[in-house]
Write a new protein. Structure first.
Length: 325
């Protein structure tokens, strides 16, 4: 039961009953509702800011998982791209050089696959991470195209290989000394510090450090065209003509196992490692000459190396250290 309120009337000197108007009741009620709504909104805002609802927590976890798998996919994509780049380099610098075929132009390898609108049209409604998704589609499409171009390139190389079995047997394709652990490659092709003059000079071959008497092998079928000895320079050296424009040179040898005009097979012993000529220690200086130009021998070790070993020897050969001759 509602309490009855009174007030003292100073005119009549009596207590009069308080009469509440309906309008006052309505205004008070409306004010109560407004204050309640303001408090409710404030409480909800604070709660949603510092506390997650089950739906929000589930959505956040799902987004974190999607981001994790996206980063994983991005990593796999980069590793695949690196592997493909390695295959493209070997294709242009080794296989096509061997068969005297022109390298594939970069414009063909990087051929267009359509603009971003090609993938944005897949999404009828705009997505918050639309650019991220479109970028992933573009990278994968580009990778697929480059892999397809690479398979076509290998198809053409296979056709060349079938018609050039003699050429394959003749072209230098192995390391000139046994080097299974890849530790004997002391200096590669390029600008290196000369061991005598201590200045940078063009090193036109690869130096293999090995004890005196280590067997030296012909790296391809051919005919011995030079067996000479000199006090300076290359010291005792052998040159083999492999045909198809290829000649190999083996220098600073201890002794010879072949003579001029002799036919040799790949893997046949032609002499032993020495320290003759201008040399700072027992080693073999090995060169490949193609059509009169000295080229990097490290690109011609593909017959006795797997992909991982080839990458490692490329890295070793690129170190700008001091040559041995």
């Amino acid at each position: 039961m509602a309490k009855i309120k009174y007030y003292f009337d100073t005119v009549t000197c009596k207590y009069e009953r308080v009469r509440v108007k309906k309008s006052d009741v309505f205004v008070n009620f409306l004010g109560f509702i407004v204050i309640t709504l303001i408090l409710a909104i404030g409480i909800v805002s604070v709660f949603t800011r510092y506390f997650e609802t089950p739906a929000q927590a589930s959505l956040r976890k799902e987004n974190e998982e999607l981001l994790f798998y996206y980063k994983l996919l991005e990593k796999e994509s980069k590793e695949t791209q690196q592997m493909l780049t390695s295959l493209e380099e070997r294709d242009n610098n080794i296989y096509r050089v061997i068969f005297e075929a022109n390298p594939l132009p970069e414009s063909i390898r990087e051929g267009g696959i359509g603009g971003t609108n090609r993938y944005k049209s897949l999404f009828e409604k705009g997505l918050e991470k639309e650019d991220l998704i479109v970028s992933s589609f573009e990278k994968l499409a580009k990778l697929r195209r480059k892999m397809y171009i690479q398979t076509l390139s290998y198809d053409s190389i296979i056709k060349l290989a079938k018609s050039k079995s003699k050429m394959l047997a003749s072209i230098p394709a192995i390391q000139p000394i046994e080097n299974k652990e890849l530790k004997k490659l002391a200096s590669g092709f390029g600008w290196r510090i000369h061991p005598i003059y201590k200045v940078k000079k063009m090193h036109t071959g690869a130096d293999f450090s090995a004890p005196r008497g280590t067997p030296i092998y012909a790296t391809g079928d051919g005919v011995v065209i030079k067996v000479i000895s000199s006090i300076g320079g290359y010291g005792k050296e052998v040159e083999i003509d492999h045909g198809f424009g290829y000649i190999t040179k083996y220098a600073h040898m201890e002794n010879f196992k072949v003579k001029r005009g002799q036919k040799v097979k790949r893997g046949e012993c032609i002499g032993e490692v020495g320290n003759t000529g201008i040399s700072t220690g027992p080693h073999l200086h090995y060169e490949i000459i193609h059509n009169g130009t000295k080229i990097n021998p490290v690109h011609f070790f593909f017959n006795d190396l797997n992909a991982e070993e080839y990458e490692k020897i490329l890295e070793l050969a690129s170190i700008e250290n001091q040559s041995l001759s």
